[in-house]
Ligand binder design. Structure first.
Ligand SMILES: [Zn+2]
Length: 199
């Protein structure tokens, strides 16, 4: 649609997750109009992430050293591992400040439709950690969708012989939401995960 470089940029942006053709075009023209210093910072950030960021050798979170910041932190508990799908899930859980254990990033979820099986995820690596560490509890914090549920069920079965405490994050109702607008799956889960109020 456009000539050479502009179209190349739109094509590249359009390949990013969550960026449709319209957004790609909008971002491309934003960059065309931007100060060269701003574009330079973006280019530098992309190059740095390529050169410097890698995956933690222990938990597979993103890291700038051999181990990530969380695995290096001696104040965190080695007894609990929280299993998530992606590094962005680590960030989301860290933001709650509720969890002081370690993580394990699977790198996705089991999805027969997309041809993703347990061997495509860091399941073997998780088992090695569980068998050689001091872990007593496993929290399965995969996404509350079909793939995430299947992955959690698979892992729960797999680790059963190890005798760990295994839990799944409770699915609940969104804070500030309205009961009547919740879909039946969410509401059903919220019922299932109800807890006693200590009054
Ligand atoms: Zn780590």
């Amino acid at each position: 649609m456009y000539e050479g470089a502009v179209q190349d940029l739109i094509d590249e942006l359009g390949r990013l997750p969550g960026v449709g053709p319209k957004s790609a075009q909008r971002i491309a023209f934003h960059l065309l109009a931007a100060e060269s210093a701003d574009v330079g910072r973006l280019v530098a950030a992309l190059q740095r992430v390529q050169a410097e960021v890698r995956f933690c050798v222990t938990c597979y979170n993103v890291a700038e050293a051999e181990q990530c910041r969380i695995c290096r932190d001696p104040r965190r508990s080695d007894d609990v591992i929280c299993v998530v799908e992606e590094p962005k899930d680590v960030v989301a859980i860290e933001r709650t400040r509720e969890f002081r254990g370690r993580y394990h990033v699977l790198g996705g979820a089991i999805s027969p439709i997309e041809g993703v099986g347990p061997d495509d995820l860091r399941v073997k690596e998780l088992m090695t950690r569980l068998m050689h560490g001091s872990v007593t509890e496993l929290i399965l914090a995969t996404d509350p969708n079909l793939e995430g549920e299947a992955t959690a069920a698979y892992l729960a079965r797999l680790v059963r012989p190890l005798g760990l405490t295994v839990s799944r994050l409770a699915s609940g109702l969104p804070v500030g939401g309205d009961l009547e607008y919740a879909d039946e799956i969410t509401l059903g889960r919220a019922f299932e995960g109800r807890r006693r109020i200590d009054a």
